[in-house]
Design a protein around this ligand. Structure first.
Ligand SMILES: [Ca+2]
Ligand SMILES: [Ca+2]
Ligand SMILES: [Ca+2]
Length: 512
């Protein structure tokens, strides 16, 4: 039932996605807030150089200024600036915003002259670099002109936006500014319509090229490490991006590779006939019933630590490779393929970043000897994002209703998983992994979750019945809670109840 409700939820279209203005108070309608300035603020006297106000009527602060209406509505607020007259030019307006790496943005402002002696010349800067050309604001006075500059974030995750004057003329540089905007021009990372209402994807990194020779067993290993006929760093996989536990990722992969080194490889990211490769150098392989197609795109999540033996259990796929949601453990090679449930079509698959993970490596599948492989995959890595919140939404807390549970021999243990609180508005996105451990060592047991239908989430999906990647973890469930907008705000939110059965007497820790 839970899987069915997941599919129904995924089938709702999110509709058109709009580019969001990342600048706060860009229209100045909230007054003198949301930005900083190295100029002196005054609402009544802008006669001295290097002063500014946020005003509806420029003339109220300088009798010689023109008096246009603002750009937003004609009757709203604008930033009115008397430019500085001595170098170095101070920053008239600045604001820092978060950006996605490898993404194109457009920085746009509106400006008009307020005094005719010398037309204003403005510089638009991001992270200290001028976006040419200088913005020469034309006469006549009060005519609003748009200046728009594009910028690629490269490796940056923040952008410090700045407006400065390019000249130091005393009689001039008197300017009104309004309707600043800064938004992506790329559109969403993935424009899939098969995601829940209220969500889209943002880009986690620049697109990544994954050569066919990328041996995933060498993930996180220092130079000189040997595995299966290969060695680091020549056949090392690609360190694709930093990751955050609990995030939900999706992938889009194209291209082709060949494990035999064909000069014109034709195998797409979903791979072909199954093949196995055993666990090695602390990384779980893909063997037996959990063999994977060869020449497929795979990933490995790692903590900051170098992998060491013993490797965790081999990743299993109880729902097959067309899973909706997969929750790998650290140090487990997991199947990605083209990122869709089918080969070239289907639903975008979701991957929950495991607890403690900080890094994602990408490689390909082969049995042995990646050194002679050819071709490459092009991979886009995106993160499911809550549109209304403007960014990835971090939950306040997910926890159990008790710090530990006591089991008597043969008796079931009942408990609850709590979200406390659900953020106002009920918008919520979170992946989770729940591991059952006892304090003595290996036990057998079953954890049976019952999700709370009032919370309208995707459900907890049991896609790995036993997570042995955490050494003493014996039971465990892994899954993704993805919540729709409009949930009631509850003070005590029971995400799920569960029952533990088949446990020897003892004290049990549960970990999320
Ligand atoms: Ca305005
Ligand atoms: Ca090979
Ligand atoms: Ca696929």
């Amino acid at each position: 039932m839970k899987l069915l409700s997941l599919i129904l939820l995924l089938a709702w279209s999110s509709g058109a996605l709009r580019a969001q203005n990342l600048i706060a108070n860009g229209d100045f309608e909230l007054g003198n807030q949301g930005f900083t300035s190295s100029y002196t603020y005054s609402a009544t006297n802008l006669t001295p150089a290097q002063t500014y106000g946020v005003l509806k009527l420029p003339k109220q602060a300088h009798s010689l200024f023109a008096n246009p209406g603002d750009h937003t509505t004609g009757t709203g607020f604008m930033m009115v600036v008397n430019g500085a007259s001595a170098p170095p030019q101070p920053v008239a307006w600045t604001q820092e915003v978060d950006v996605a790496p490898g993404t194109d943005y457009t920085f746009s402002i509106w400006a008009c002259n307020l005094y005719g002696a010398s037309p204003s010349q403005l510089e638009m800067r991001i992270n200290g670099a001028v976006l040419p050309p200088a913005a020469e604001v034309p006469i006549p006075l009060g005519d609003w002109t748009n200046f728009s500059r594009t910028w690629n974030s490269g490796a940056s995750t923040t952008a410090r936006l700045e407006i400065l004057f390019a000249t130091t003329s005393y009689t001039g540089n008197d300017t009104a500014l309004d309707d600043f905007s800064f938004s992506t021009t790329d559109g969403p990372c993935l424009d899939d319509t098969q995601i829940p209402p209220g969500f889209d994807y943002d880009k986690l990194s620049a697109d990544v090229t994954v050569p066919g020779r990328s041996n995933p067993f060498l993930s996180g290993h220092p130079d000189g490490t040997q595995s299966k006929g290969d060695s680091a760093p020549t056949q090392s996989p690609v360190l694709a991006t930093a990751v955050t536990s609990g995030d939900i990722l999706s992938f889009s992969a194209t291209g082709s590779v060949s494990h035999g080194g064909l000069s014109n490889p034709t195998i797409p990211p979903d791979g072909i006939s199954p093949g196995g490769s055993a666990s090695d150098v602390g990384i779980a392989g893909y063997t037996g019933t959990n063999s994977l197609p060869i020449d497929a795109l795979v990933g490995v999540f790692l903590t900051d630590a170098i992998p060491t033996n013993p490797a965790p259990a081999v990743m299993d796929y109880p729902e097959g490779l067309d899973f909706e949601v997969l929750a790998p453990g650290n140090n487990q090679i997991f199947y990605i393929g083209d990122g869709l449930t089918g080969n070239g079509s289907g639903t975008r698959q979701q991957f929950v970043v495991p607890n403690g993970a900080t890094r994602l490596f990408l490689g390909t599948t082969d049995g042995f000897g990646w050194y002679n492989n050819s071709g490459a995959f092009e991979v886009r890595i995106c993160r499911l994002r809550n549109i209304a919140a403007g960014s990835r939404l971090v939950p306040t807390e997910i926890r159990f209703d008790k710090p530990a549970y006591t089991a008597a021999q043969g008796d079931p243990v009942n408990g609850s998983i709590i979200i406390d609180p659900v953020p106002v508005g009920g918008l919520y996105s979170q992946g989770m992994i729940i591991n059952l451990r006892n304090r003595e060592g290996t036990v057998t047991g079953v954890i049976t979750p019952v999700t709370n239908p009032a919370l309208d989430h995707h459900g907890i999906i049991l896609n790995s019945p036993a997570d042995t990647s955490t050494s003493t973890g014996v039971g465990g469930l892994k899954g993704s809670g993805l919540f729709s907008p409009g949930l009631p705000v509850l003070t005590r939110n029971q995400l799920a109840t569960f029952t533990l059965t088949g446990l020897p007497a003892g004290l049990y820790d549960l970990q999320i």
